[in-house]
Design a protein around this ligand. Structure first.
Ligand code: PLP
Length: 449
């Protein structure tokens, strides 16, 4: 019940924020969020903010679903915690693993749980190396990832990620991780068509495998649609070629579905939207709609059989398969399914958002609009014809636009010159209209400033 200014002062004094961005903004004090319902956040001053980012791409179900709170409370009363190490298990984790095996495509039938997406990707690094060692190919250790990808903030996750700013802080990446270019046609495609460019960028994987030697490469990891990198929607030619290359060279394919999973691209998984057959899938965020922390790796039969048959896998987290998190995730999946939220997204909500979002390309400040299901981006530009960026001006235009959005009670995130959204999947058509109105107003104000 403290006044906002007091909360801000205490926050500044004692709370170290993740991913700070700009001393000037930080000096203004944090906006204090106190409640949320549906797609709206309420701040300590009573303002209603439309959350265009579903938190951090995670509140797929929207806020305020008390069923999840009830399930958590009941599970806490019954079995608040027990581990899954040393051949113990419990009903919620068993039910969740079974449900995920049903939902995931192909033979992704086994789940190794973690507390977050970062931890799950750390699991993946260790799992793929253990896999190849168990198959008598211990030299297959290197993991190829992509520049501008995001796979988490642990040493492993940040190494797989291709964010140069993160690598610079901390001497990353760890050994045996390399990066190829991203399929960002708008900014990097030059004169080539998107289709040619998609093939070109995919074939960098083949060139990198040749450079390293096939016998030294364990896996390729990528997000079906690069999220934190700016919602980079790949050209249609990209994923089929990546799949061909992984198959041809015996490289495990890890689809990091931490953002694209659980309805975000209009299907349960981005791998279905983009027709990818991963050996391992990283999941988190939408798995529990962010209500509790949980992540994991969904693993195909051949990977699980090899790992299970290879003696001890010396890896696991205290909270792997936490019963409360598992129960909440299961309830979240039940609601997403039984209320037809994922189906409706694919058939109605995402097409409606696409129709409205793509019109933003007509705005004088916008060079490109792009979208995959319920994740979308626009590139801000000083010169549409040249597909130019604002980098020369120090890259603060996106940050200013984000501030205008926030002032207009819309959460839209910026990545350099790109503005991105990923609203809760339950957003209604009229709420999409409000989102677009606030975005246009904020773009107009950014242009005028
Ligand atoms: N992978 C992807 C694609 C992500 O977007 C994120 C987080 O944004 C992560 C992994 C890391 O997940 P977490 O923040 O739960 O560790």
């Amino acid at each position: 019940h403290l006044p906002t200014a007091d909360l801000q002062a205490l926050d500044a004094a004692h709370h170290m924020h993740p991913f700070t961005d700009g001393d000037e903004l930080n000096a203004k004090g944090a906006r204090i969020i106190t409640r949320a319902d549906g797609v709206y956040l309420t701040d300590s001053e009573g303002a209603q903010i439309l959350d265009g980012m579903a938190g951090l791409w995670c509140v797929n179900l929207g806020y305020g679903r008390t069923e999840l709170a009830d399930v958590a409370a009941e599970q806490m009363r019954q079995l608040p915690y027990y581990n899954t190490f040393f051949q113990t298990s419990h009903p919620p984790v068993i039910a969740l693993a079974k449900r995920l095996a049903e939902l995931a495509p192909g033979d992704l039938n086994h789940v190794f749980f973690a507390g977050s997406g970062s931890e799950a990707n750390d699991t993946n690094i260790r799992m793929v190396r253990h896999y190849w060692a168990a198959r008598g190919k211990p030299s297959k250790k290197t993991i190829i990832a992509r520049k501008n990808g995001y796979h988490g903030s642990t040493l492993g996750g940040a190494s797989l990620g291709g964010m140069s700013g993160m690598h610079a802080q901390g001497g990353l990446p760890i050994p045996d991780v390399t990066h190829i270019d991203q399929p960002n046609w708008y900014h990097e495609g030059g004169d080539t068509s998107p289709e040619e460019f998609g093939l070109e960028r995919a074939r960098q994987l083949e060139a990198e495998i040749a450079r390293l030697g096939e016998d030294n490469v364990a896996a390729f990891i990528a997000e079906p649609v690069q999220g934190a990198g700016g919602v980079i929607v790949p050209p249609e030619t990209y994923w089929p070629e990546i799949q061909r290359i992984c198959d041809a060279h015996e490289i495990l394919l890890i689809a990091d579905e931490v953002i694209t999973g659980f309805g975000r691209t209009g299907n349960w998984f981005g791998s279905q939207t983009w027709n990818i057959r991963p050996d391992i899938m990283t999941i988190a965020k939408g798995l529990s709609s962010g209500y509790v922390p949980i992540g994991g790796s969904i693993v195909s039969d051949h990977v699980a059989e090899t790992i299970n048959g290879a003696g001890d896998f010396n890896h696991g987290y205290t909270y792997s398969g936490h019963p409360v998190a598992a129960a909440v995730a299961l309830e979240n999946l039940r609601i997403l399914d039984e209320e037809g939220i994922v189906t409706r997204c694919g058939a109605e909500t995402a097409p409606y958002l696409r129709e409205k979002w793509m019109q933003l390309a007509d705005h004088p400040l916008v060079g490109e609009a792009r979208i995959s299901g319920m994740m979308a981006g626009i590139a801000l530009t000083p010169d549409k014809a040249a597909r130019a960026s604002f980098a020369a001006e120090g890259g603060t235009v996106g940050l200013r636009c984000r501030e205008r959005c926030f002032a207009n009670n819309l959460v839209m995130r910026h990545v350099g010159d790109n503005m991105i959204i990923a609203p809760p999947l339950v957003i209604s058509k009229s709420e999409i209209d409000t989102l677009i109105e606030r975005a246009v107003k904020s773009l107009d104000e950014t242009l005028a400033s």
